[in-house]
Ligand binder design. Structure first.
Ligand SMILES: [Fe+2]
Length: 192
């Protein structure tokens, strides 16, 4: 059973207002409920494993739902946890980004471009195969991730993340996000 993490709106969160935050938390709760439903089916339900196939089968739907909902939970938790900061990385974190992107500014420009190009998520992730950080674009919770990687910074680019407050002004949302990154949290995730 996966439990919801109780996120609370604080004055440190400047990227989104409380109305936008609360609406987003309700959506996050939906993913928690859904992964628990899928897990229950997989453990106790009649999921028709003997009928499993790649075109259409109930078991295939369970498998699609499993990673979609679970990644939906994980990515939202990483996102809510990495907002509410001052927007400036410390020297250690900066060094990682300079090593892999050339400069902090180049990393920022690339992350912003990644966010604008993404239909779902922009993620700064450590690619363990290449031994370096990449800004990756996930068009969906379960589409576009690197199999062997560790996310350090997550930005929700679904319209539901900003439209209530920013309407179609996506650039302003991204700009406010960049100024509100909690780099202490990002640094804790930089374990490699
Ligand atoms: Fe979201």
């Amino acid at each position: 059973m996966i439990e919801m993490i109780p996120f609370h709106y604080t004055k440190d969160i400047t990227v989104i207002n409380k109305e936008q935050f609360d609406a987003h938390i309700r959506l996050y709760k939906g993913y928690v409920d859904n992964i628990n439903k899928v897990d229950e089916q997989l453990q106790w339900g009649d999921v028709q494993r003997e009928q499993a196939n790649t075109t259409f089968s109930y078991y295939r739907e369970c498998k699609r739902g499993e990673t979609y909902a679970l990644n939906g939970v994980i990515l939202h938790e990483l996102y809510f946890d990495n907002i509410g900061g001052m927007g400036m990385p410390d020297e250690f974190t900066k060094d990682q980004l300079v090593r892999d992107f050339g400069s902090l500014q180049k990393w920022q420009e690339d992350f912003i471009a990644t966010a604008k190009a993404s239909r779902g998520w922009a993620v700064l992730s450590f690619d363990q195969r290449s031994g370096r950080y990449r800004n990756i674009s996930l068009d969906s919770h379960d589409l576009g991730n690197i199999a062997y990687s560790a996310p350090a910074l997550v930005l929700d680019m679904y319209e539901h993340a900003y439209f209530l407050q920013y309407a179609d002004n996506k650039s302003e949302y991204i700009d406010h996000f960049m100024k509100n990154i909690n780099w202490d949290v990002v640094k804790e995730r930089m374990v490699f």
